[in-house]
Write a protein that binds this ligand. Structure first.
Ligand SMILES: Nc1nc2c(c(=O)[nH]1)N[C@H]1C(S)=C(S)[C@@H](COP(=O)(O)OP(=O)(O)OC[C@H]3O[C@@H](n4cnc5c(=O)[nH]c(N)nc54)[C@H](O)[C@@H]3O)O[C@H]1N2
Ligand SMILES: Nc1nc2c(c(=O)[nH]1)N[C@H]1C(S)=C(S)[C@@H](COP(=O)(O)OP(=O)(O)OC[C@H]3O[C@@H](n4cnc5c(=O)[nH]c(N)nc54)[C@H](O)[C@@H]3O)O[C@H]1N2
Ligand SMILES: [Mo]
Length: 821
């Protein structure tokens, strides 16, 4: 382990390694001048981790350097080679042995990882046979092809689109609404602020740095999370974070992190940290609102001009309605752990100058995850600065460069998701047999366990479809969903699972047909540079040919659709490069102001830079004139009370924001006597979810005894006899896993972290088997946020820990299937 860590560091080159404690960092040198010094050719590409140039020699990617324009590259670029050359690559089409040879789909042994190698033709014939069987024997309700996720970058090869377009040419199927990222937030905020907010462009950093007196970084870790982006990431935000750091040092801006943990951003900025008990932010905010109200510090004019329903909310806060408890700072202090005086002081500080509140997304990935965002909007309304530069509330400044000014450049379109107008699928049956055709994304396991069940979702009733078959491409549900043992139960009711991926993830292990796609580095593509800034355009040159028997998703789906004679409809008769050029030409035509060169010139250059955009303030137009620029809410105003939600009559999301106790909560809350530690499964610092976990050398730089790290407080460690570097068992009534202890005082007592995306490696397929690598979703709860969003509540999870004793099982997560001849 330590040996590979050393050789890894050596490979990084001389610059920066010591200087970079934090950050998308200086770990990777940003000069590309080595090109002439070494053999091979340099090719341009882009990724979720940024744009880069790769030196290719002897048919192999030798080294990777960030593009010169990226001033803050992430060290995750060092993990890319390990994705391409991972021992966990899917090499050949594989079919699960028992599914192939036994009757009734052999669901009892699903997950035993025993697979046989088949030819491409055999695999695609089986895939087609299953599509036919499901459409003929059941109907569109029996196929779920809706789950999507973090497919690699590149608009032409966007694999979710490829899979859904191909399946769409065969027949109809079950689709999803919402996502795991912001399920609760994107559902509640349209009722309150008129848009999802989470994915909207935010006030520009320039204006925030210029105008804010206070910035509250609430449940938010931008320094960690801005390392990756949905399209090819620019890392431009880090320029502003660097300036913010200077302003914090000079005391020009008062930054406060509200977080149970001293996170990477707080460590980087060196700002004040306000500790809050996990999952209690709504109580904390209610205590602050109470202070602003009773001390007459809130902006009455703003509430009157721009908001609706404050009058109905106040009696709740004052203890006259609902639970009849007055939400005093003393009441809040008991729950959130912040002393009452500190709550008052914090509330007064919020109105002492221009205050920008910046929420992250983790607190809405919890039970009642709708409430903190709604209450945050109420608090911001009481402060009265929504629509002012450097004031108000934002819900996305940590994501994909939101807040970097936009040039106005419109990124290229992607490979068409839907089948073309006028086309019909082979099977036109649209009869869903009384089931819903669209489900809330996180409820797909419930469908398998309780088919036919009726649930409430965002004002509608959903009947969970009894689907029998699932097709997965570009996402990893055996990473992203909660409660592995519950999933194992549910998967007994699934007849056929087809997965298309380049890495042998746990999802492949639990599938029946597995098809090897190639990585983005093995195909040609085009992508926008800067999801929100419109900074430029990247040519993604194929670096090497597809490894083993892998193929592009495009080729796989062309061959699949050929089985029912629809391949020409699928491809429109165009090749990969014809598609890339056509996406470029479309983009050139729709951006006349940018004078794009001809395709050949762009492709040769590899990169076009459009410079910086114009600063902008979110909701300034609404503030200017709330009638003409009304919000998208039913009333056009900020809805502190929502009549629409009130009419739904839900128990866990009522007409205004409220404090609800959680089913599991640490620090004296429900369940904490038996399982005293709150497990937060935050987004990984050195991965993109489960992507790059398969990158061996890179994983070795953070793994502990080959296992995923579990961070915990020194006192908790001591109480359990655990030392830094020990193997520990983390468990609750849902499951158990092995992890490596990292003792750190950045974590408070009672809070532990295992980052999401750690590959699931069960010792065997049995329910309850220990996970040998450390996937936190072995332990999380699969419960909805509420009847409104039905979103994931991964962060409502208590566990216990102990030092691991006994024989240490090997890690089973990596290295592919057990190939049976
Ligand atoms: N406990 C817990 N769970 C969580 C979260 C949490 O905070 N805590 N976060 C949730 C969130 S916000 C998200 S967004 C989800 C993420 O969930 P996912 O999007 O499912 O996660 P990824 O690991 O990015 O999975 C992408 C998969 O697609 C494959 N892939 C990538 N590109 C291609 C391609 O071009 N072709 C093919 N065929 N396959 C490809 C990758 O190899 C990988 O297996 O996880 C959710 N789960
Ligand atoms: N490096 C990296 N960056 C990523 C991703 C990745 O996988 N890797 N994934 C991307 C994606 S898909 C998404 S959705 C975003 C996720 O973005 P987020 O969901 O915002 O990210 P997290 O890191 O899970 O959590 C942010 C902070 O919330 C704090 N927190 C958790 N619970 C509470 C609470 O109850 N109260 C308070 N006050 N704070 C709390 C955590 O301690 C942490 O510091 O990140 C994106 N960026
Ligand atoms: Mo996400």
């Amino acid at each position: 382990m330590s040996l590979s860590r050393r050789s890894f560091l050596k490979g990084l080159g001389a610059t920066g390694a010591a200087a970079s404690v934090i950050g998308p960092s200086l770990l990777v040198s940003s000069s590309a001048n080595a090109a002439s010094e070494t053999e091979g050719v340099w090719k341009t590409s882009g990724s979720h981790w940024g744009a880069f140039r790769a030196r290719v020699w002897a048919g192999k990617v030798q080294e990777i350097k960030p593009l010169e324009v990226d001033k803050y590259p992430t060290e995750m670029l060092n993990g890319i080679k390990g994705i391409i050359y991972s021992p966990s690559r899917i090499r050949y089409p594989m079919v699960r042995l028992d599914w192939l040879k036994k009757h009734k789909y052999a669901t009892d042994t699903r997950g035993n990882n025993r697979f046989v190698r088949v030819t491409w033709d055999e695999a695609l014939d089986l895939f087609y046979r299953e599509l036919e069987r499901v459409q003929k024997d059941y109907g569109p309700w029996a196929l779920h092809a809706g789950q999507t996720g973090w497919r690699q970058t590149g608009q032409m090869h966007s694999c979710n689109n490829h899979m859904q377009r191909a399946i769409g040419l065969h027949g109809y199927s079950v689709k999803k609404v919402g996502d795991y990222s912001t399920g609760a937030g994107q559902t509640i905020l349209p009722y309150v602020l008129g848009s999802t907010e989470v994915y909207a462009q935010g006030t520009s950093w320039e204006l925030i740095l210029e105008n804010s007196d206070n910035i509250i970084i609430w449940a938010n870790d931008p320094v960690k999370n801005l390392q990756v982006g949905w399209t090819c990431e620019t890392h431009e935000s880090f320029e502003y974070l660097e300036q913010l750091k200077e302003k914090v040092a000079k005391k020009e801006i008062n930054v406060i992190s509200v977080d149970p943990v001293k996170n990477k951003t707080q460590q980087y900025l060196g700002n004040e940290h306000l500790y809050v008990n996990p999952q209690t932010d709504v109580a904390f905010m209610l205590g602050m609102a109470h202070t602003l109200y009773t001390e007459d510090l809130y902006d009455k004019k703003f509430i009157e001009l721009y908001c609706l329903g404050f009058k109905e909310f106040v009696p709740y806060m004052m203890g006259e309605t609902k639970d009849k408890v007055e939400k005093t700072p003393e009441w809040a202090a008991e729950i959130c752990g912040v002393p009452a005086d500190k709550i008052r002081e914090f509330a007064r500080m919020l109105v002492s100058g221009r205050t920008q509140i910046m929420f992250g997304w983790c607190i809405q990935r919890q039970e009642h995850g709708e409430q903190p965002y709604w209450m945050g909007a109420v608090l911001a309304s009481m402060i009265g600065q929504i629509g002012l530069p450097g004031g108000g509330v934002s819900y996305g400044h940590h994501y994909s460069g939101i807040g970097v000014s936009s040039t106005g450049f419109g990124a290229p379109g992607s490979y068409p998701l839907n089948i073309d107008t006028g086309q019909e699928p082979k099977y036109t049956n649209k009869d869903y047999n009384g089931y819903s055709s669209v489900i809330p994304v996180a409820r797909w396991i419930d469908c398998l366990l309780e088919p036919g069940k009726k649930i409430q979702a965002n004002g509608s009733e959903v009947t969970l479809p009894a689907y029998k078959m699932m097709v997965i491409s570009g996402n990893n549900p055996w990473h992203h969903h909660q409660d592995r043992n519950n999933m194992k139960k549910a998967f007994k009711n699934l007849q056929t699972m087809v997965t298309i991926d380049f890495a042998w993830t746990a999802t492949c292990r639990f599938s029946d047909i597995v098809l090897p796609a190639c990585t983005q580095f093995e195909r040609n593509d085009i992508d926008g540079y800067g999801a929100y800034s419109g900074r430029g355009l990247v040519a993604m040159h194929k670096l090497v040919d597809p490894l083993f028997q892998s193929k592009t998703d495009f080729d796989i789906m062309t061959e699949l659709t050929a089985r029912w004679g629809r391949d020409k409809d699928y491809t429109r008769g165009m090749s990969e490069m014809e598609w890339v050029k056509s996406l470029y030409d479309g983009c050139k035509a729709s951006n006349p102001k940018f004078n794009l060169p001809e395709f050949e010139e762009f492709w040769e250059k590899g990169f076009l830079d459009f410079g910086k955009g114009q600063p902008w303030t979110r909701h300034a137009d609404f503030r200017e004139d709330p009638e003409i620029s009304a919000l998208g809410t039913p009333s056009g105003f900020i809805e502190i009370t929502s009549r629409t939600i009130g009419r739904y009559g839900y128990e866990h999301c009522q007409e205004h924001p409220m404090w609800f106790e959680k089913s599991e909560r640490s620090h004296g809350g429900p369940g904490s006597d038996k399982h005293p530690y709150w497990l937060q499964s935050c987004h990984p610092d050195k991965r993109l979810h489960s992507q790059m976990c398969e990158s061996e050398e890179f994983r070795a730089t953070y793994a502990v005894q080959g296992r995923e790290p579990c961070y915990l407080n020194p006192k908790d460690a001591k109480a359990k006899g655990i030392k830094d570097g020990d193997l520990i068992r983390v468990f609750n009534d849902r499951g158990q896993l092995l992890a490596g202890a990292v003792v750190s005082d950045h974590y408070p007592e009672g809070v532990i972290r295992i980052e999401e995306g750690a590959w699931y490696g069960p010792l065997n397929e049995k329910i309850g088997a220990i996970d040998t690598y450390g996937d936190p979703n072995t332990l999380t709860q699969d419960i909805p946020s509420s009847e409104l969003a039905q979103a994931t509540s991964a962060n409502t999870c208590l566990v216990n820990i102990e030092k691991f004793k006994g024989e240490v099982p090997p890690v089973t997560a990596f290295g592919g299937p057990l190939e049976v001849s």
